[in-house]
Design a protein around this ligand. Structure first.
Ligand code: GDP
Length: 444
């Protein structure tokens, strides 16, 4: 995952100081030397590192921290707060125009993920904010870009405005805006052309689009994997065009994290969204404080809960909860739970959001991998309805048939049945403990 090296080093450094009852100035200084190296290795801009270290040192060496009852934890708190501040402090939300539509220009270099992000953002605005955006295909230079956006539009069942590649992007933008007004779209997302490098011709064109559409947002899409280059690109776009926010893509990859940490301080423009994968729903609003907690191994429970909430059907959750209490859980329910967890995204990404999970190497290794989940699905689907409802029917010959039918082995079938029974037992215990404590929401 992203930030792996940085997270590991910072967490290692902070661990040394965490439980200390007494922390000296020297301890803080030594710790900050290590933090400094870790940040530089993660490709964080050196000026940003210098200021960060100075700020943390000043606060951490302050008397109220060192004299407090838990100085180790106080120092970590300071690091967390300063890291959050560095990445922008508060979450910066997408603009809403006083008078709709809100125009958003998507800009960036080729391959950064602009077209994909345009689709993701349209999906996000509809799903999370109940909006009705119009996507505009104004990248007429990259041959496949128009088609790509149209395909995304079809996939999402959302409109894409396009005039082919023979009309100028400025004209396309102008006409799209008129159409959006006519059809009462509340957002217009313009996918503009990218180039391999920042060049004057491109900037001139973007400037003209800006002129005719007066956008509320100019979102620069940058590839987090390019590290300091991403920061330099952001700086050039900002100087020439003026950007209102950054979308950092490919944060799901093994980026060292430098871009995420430096963009805000260097360009003074906030990161508004993070791309976390190639799928259409892999876009998250960027929350500096949550990202800082993730890096420092404190987990990101809030994002996890939000993910669970969007993926869990309330009615089904209640039904499952009832079944858990009465111990009526079937294999069908088991499969459903599994698919809900799966819908939330890759398991290792979920693990990264759990506090302390990053440190539990063992946990990572025993995680259920996607292939294993596929096997579980195949096994359950090879059972008859009666067997799924009443697992006690599963005698040896039935197990053999299921193993054959699912292309797995008897051992795997046995293991799954055992796990299922264990899960039931655990749920019974949990619901026993919860009695009288009020109802708890189902799902993860
Ligand atoms: P554009 O030239 O800027 O429009 O770039 P595209 O939207 O065509 O994206 C370039 C490549 O990056 C495509 O293969 C996308 O699937 C991929 N991509 C975009 N965003 C993400 C992301 O957040 N994570 C990952 N892993 N891939 C991404």
């Amino acid at each position: 995952m992203a930030f792996e090296g940085l997270a590991e080093r910072l967490q290692g450094t902070l661990k040394k100081i965490r439980g200390k009852g007494k922390v000296s100035e020297q301890d803080v200084k030594e710790m900050m030397r290590e933090v400094r190296l870790a940040l530089l290795e993660a490709d964080v801009n050196f000026k940003v590192v210098k200021k960060f270290i100075a700020d943390v040192k000043e606060r951490a060496i302050g008397q109220e921290v060192l004299d407090s009852l838990t100085p180790g934890q106080q120092v970590i708190k300071v690091v967390n707060e300063e890291l959050t501040k560095l990445m922008g402090g508060e979450q910066s939300k997408i603009a809403v125009a006083q008078k709709p539509p809100t125009v958003v220009m998507m800009v960036g270099l080729q391959g950064a993920g602009k077209t994909t992000t345009t689709g993701k953002l349209a999906n996000h605005l509809r799903k999370k904010h109940n909006r009705n955006p119009l996507m505009v295909a104004a990248d007429i230079y990259r041959p496949a870009a128009i088609k790509q956006l149209e395909t995304l539009g079809k996939q999402l069942d959302m409109p894409v405005f396009s005039l082919g590649d023979q009309v100028s992007p400025v004209e396309i933008a102008k006409q799209a805006l008129a159409k959006a007004k006519e059809e009462h779209h509340d957002y217009v997302l313009i996918d503009t052309a990218g180039r391999l490098h920042v060049d004057e011709e491109l900037m001139g064109e973007l400037d003209e689009i800006k002129e005719v559409t007066s956008p509320e947002e100019i979102l620069l899409v940058v590839d987090a994997m390019t590290g300091q280059d991403a920061v330099n690109v952001a700086q050039s776009f900002n100087e020439r065009l003026g950007i209102s926010g950054v979308v950092l893509t490919k944060l799901d990859g093994d980026t060292r994290g430098g871009a995420a940490i430096s963009v805000k301080s260097v360009t003074d423009t906030p990161i508004k969204f993070a791309g976390m994968g190639e799928k259409i729903d892999a876009l998250e609003p960027f929350h500096p404080e949550r990202m800082a907690s993730r890096i420092l191994g404190m987990g990101d429970v809030l994002t996890l809960i939000e993910k669970a909430q969007t993926n869990v059907d309330e009615e089904r959750a209640k039904e499952l909860e009832r079944k858990m209490r009465t111990n009526d859980l079937t294999f069908d329910d088991f499969l459903e739970q599994l698919s809900q967890v799966r819908n939330m995204g890759p398991l290792d990404e979920l693990l990264d959001m759990m506090p302390g999970a990053g440190k539990m190497k063992g946990l990572k290794n025993v995680q259920v991998d996607e292939k294993q989940i596929g096997h579980i699905e195949a096994i359950v689907k090879s059972m008859t309805k009666a067997e799924r409802d009443d697992p006690s029917l599963l005698n040896a010959s039935r197990r053999k048939r299921i193993a054959k039918g699912s292309g797995t082995s008897i051992q795997e079938v046995n293991r799954l049945i055992k796990q299922f029974h264990e899960m039931k037992k655990m749920m019974k215990q949990m619901s026993g403990m919860q009695k009288g404590k009020g109802k708890k929401k189902g799902g993860l």
